[in-house]
Design a protein around this ligand. Structure first.
Ligand code: NDP
Length: 325
């Protein structure tokens, strides 16, 4: 038996509880991991609260990120005692995840924990930081270099947004942060933002083509915000879109794409091939300082993950939440 947050759905309804769980609950996999740290992401909060159908199989252990030590291995890629890192691959959604003391996983999903990071540091970064890095890489691939102009980051106080600001600033971009929490401007400036705008300025229906303001953008909000952002990107610029914190619709026109050659680059972290994961984590290891990690995250216990899921969805959490298992 081991402790886990277990999500169940039956005649008594949808519920998530911290309880002892039998190892037989764990699905098939060739590596058994003793989890040391996990995280609480937006998707985990949706799974725990049941506010969106993230979990489709029950019972399920949430937790899309984890770091731990290999306890048993039938894989030639990993040996007992290796420190491993997992982000995504449907873990915590269709396969039991990291908010538990044990996880049985497929070795193809794991990468070695980068030696630069302690376990809790890798989880401070987690899927949010790794996705922010993938978004930066997507802009680079479209030729958006620091000399081209400012980069807008939406959902600035969130996990993806915080890391996007830091990584872009570290790479020499001038960053404009869009937030609903302008009171947190000092934190955003400390991360590297040069200018803060109120997200309300992007949330109402705008013109098909607005003033060309930004060379690129990293958007974790979606919906009307993403449509407006696309309409205000400079000629030849690009938007890396990864999230839907404001909604999954996209009430846009084709005008920015066909008249300004703007690229809307979709970014998925979940099913990303291993070589991209290794590249993203290598770059995170080069760019991120220990000080930044100390400021960007708070640590909670497995027990606290349940109330924190509500807080996260209510937009009351700044930056990242690490769960010490
Ligand atoms: P967080 O909850 O940490 O941050 C989301 C931020 O979005 C909030 O802090 C807030 O920022 C802003 N926001 C929230 N609600 C609204 C709203 N109604 N309108 C406008 N802005 C809003 O989440 P994450 O940063 O972890 O994730 C952000 C998004 O990216 C989520 O939708 C998540 O599912 C998605 N995601 C996608 C991944 C992928 O692989 N494609 C991977 C990781 C995340 P502020 O207070 O500054 O305005």
């Amino acid at each position: 038996m081991f402790n886990a947050i277990l999500i169940e759905k039956d005649d008594n309804g949808y519920r998530a509880e911290l309880k002892p769980v039998d190892e037989a609950v764990l699905p098939e996999g060739d590596v058994l991991v003793e989890v040391s740290h996990s995280t609480l992401n937006y998707k985990d909060a949706l799974a725990i609260t049941g506010k969106s159908p993230v979990v489709r199989q029950f019972p399920m252990i949430p937790g899309i990120d984890l770091v731990g030590t290999v306890l048993e291995s039938q894989s030639d890629k990993f040996s007992v005692g290796d420190a491993v890192l997992l982000n995504g691959f449907g873990v915590g959604e269709t396969h039991c995840g990291g908010l538990a003391e044990r996880a049985r996983l497929k070795s193809d999903w794991l990468i070695p924990l980068p030696s630069r990071f302690a376990p809790e540091q890798a989880m401070k970064i987690g899927t949010a930081g790794y996705t922010a890095m993938l978004c930066v890489m997507a802009l680079e691939k479209q030729g958006v270099t620091p000399d081209k102009g400012d980069i807008l980051v939406t959902g600035a106080n969130g996990g993806v947004g915080s890391f996007a600001i830091y990584l872009l600033a570290k790479l020499g971009y001038r960053v404009v942060a869009s937030t609903g929490r302008v009171a947190e401007s000092d934190y955003l400036k400390q991360l590297g933002a040069s200018e803060i705008i109120d997200r309300a300025s992007l949330s109402e229906k705008g013109r098909p083509l607005g003033k060309e303001q930004w060379a690129g953008a990293i958007d974790s909000v979606g919906s009307q915000t993403l449509a407006n952002v696309c309409s205000m990107i400079q000629y030849g610029g690009a938007v890396a879109a990864c999230g839907l914190a404001g909604g999954f619709d996209l009430p846009a026109t084709v005008m920015p794409f066909i008249l300004r050659g703007v690229t809307l680059a979709g970014v998925d972290s979940v099913m990303r091939p291993t070589e991209d994961r290794l590249e993203a984590w290598q770059r995170l290891a080069e760019l991120i300082s220990d000080d930044m990690l100390d400021d960007v995250a708070e640590q909670i216990t497995l027990n606290e993950a349940l109330p924190y899921a509500e807080k996260l969805l209510a937009g009351e959490v700044r930056g990242r939440i690490v769960v010490a298992i």
